[in-house]
Design a protein around this ligand. Structure first.
Ligand SMILES: Cc1cc2nc3c(=O)[nH]c(=O)nc-3n(C[C@H](O)[C@H](O)[C@H](O)COP(=O)(O)O)c2cc1C
Length: 342
């Protein structure tokens, strides 16, 4: 989870409890990424993953950018920010990737697209396992074709950005329950189910659907080690399943988050929303200032449809609860694994 929730402490706690902790590094500078990797290694000797965004360079007409920037000024006035700033659109995928190669991170995962097969080969030549994100069977097959080791099947319940890259996003809003078995039937690589999985029931169900593992985001947002903004954590803990919405208002790429005033007002915008990463750059000052001022009416608060199941505990406690639940569901009340009794 890029943007702060996945602190080194959270990543390490998940890995130390038998999961694969993942650092969401999409927005990190190469230096910050290198030092976060070092911190994770201080906290755990177990494998962990780093996740990046595959870059895109959409052509957005200047007039679309100017109109949007002017519309956004209503929020800037309220936050006391300079009006219509020039957007800063740095994407640093190749420098970030170099850090991952240099550091020989155990697992690299990615979303938002498909890298060249040479990138995958370079990673694998350094014994780095590679995981891609798909939202349809077609995307999963494309990822298998370029040589990834496993594929995340991201259902429409998922919090955060849609990983869709080969379809209009509306066509790829397939629920986890429908997506996972169809992907599992069509690829030979392991499938990782994701979207709406919040506890042992979701994990066990995913295994029944043909997944080899699960990827959980929202369930970790409220972990004690999570670096999510306190208002974001609070919002997740008090929201219900009907309060999330998929919106492109914050970043230009559809993402699921908790509905707030920014999303509502942006839905009244009649013009075109610039594509990611342009809109993301345009709203950056607003999101940052809102977070500083604890203004959750203008912050992006990504979360999935499982929000009502979120719990505030340490990551280790969450993990042990889920392991115990899965053991009980799959092996009966006596459980099967030693880990559940630790
Ligand atoms: C706050 C937040 C940030 C996220 N950031 C990323 C990211 O940087 N990279 C990525 O591959 N997925 C990201 N995701 C999506 C997750 O990988 C995963 O697909 C999703 O959380 C699964 O659904 P769930 O939230 O219902 O568990 C993010 C999700 C959330 C909630």
């Amino acid at each position: 989870m890029a943007g702060g929730p996945t602190t080194p402490a959270l990543v390490a706690a998940v890995s130390n409890t038998g999961g694969l902790g993942t650092l969401g590094a999409g927005y990190m500078s190469p230096d910050a990424l290198r030092s976060a990797i070092g911190e994770i290694r201080n906290f755990t000797k177990r494998p962990f993953a780093v996740n990046l965004f595959i870059p895109s360079e959409p052509r957005v007409p200047d007039a679309v950018v100017v109109d949007m920037n002017q519309f956004l000024d209503r929020f800037r006035v309220e936050l006391g920010l300079p009006l219509t700033p020039a957007p800063n659109m740095t994407q640093r995928f190749h420098e970030q990737l170099q850090v991952i190669l240099d550091e020989r991170v155990p697992v690299f995962s990615f979303t938002f697209g498909i890298p060249d097969s040479e990138v995958v080969a370079e990673l694998k030549a350094r014994d780095i396992a590679v995981i891609g994100t798909a939202t349809t069977v077609h995307e999963a097959l494309m990822l298998e074709e370029i040589g990834v080791d496993a594929v995340v099947a991201q259902g429409s319940e998922a919090g955060g950005h849609r990983g869709t890259f080969a379809h209009p996003f509306e066509q790829a809003m397939i629920g986890t329950m429908a997506l996972v078995p169809q992907v599992a039937d069509h690829v030979r690589i392991p499938v990782v189910a994701s979207g709406g999985i919040m506890d042992g029931r979701g994990i066990a169900a995913s295994l029944m659907l043909g997944a080899s593992g699960v990827q959980m985001g929202t369930a970790f947002l409220t972990a004690e080690e999570s670096g999510a903004h306190p208002r974001h954590k609070e919002a997740v803990l008090k929201s219900s399943e009907d309060e999330t919405v998929v919106t492109a208002a914050f970043s230009g790429k559809p993402a699921r988050g908790i509905r707030n005033r920014f999303v509502e007002e942006m839905s009244q915008y009649n013009g075109e929303i610039p594509e990611y990463p342009v809109q993301n750059a345009l709203t950056q000052d607003i999101r940052q200032a809102a977070a500083k001022l604890n203004r959750d009416d203008m912050m992006s608060m990504w979360a999935g449809q499982g929000v009502r199941l979120a719990k505030s505990k340490s990551a280790r406690e969450l993990m042990l609860d889920w392991i115990h639940q899965v053991d009980t569901l799959l092996c009966g009340p006596a459980g099967g694994s030693q880990s559940a009794r630790r």
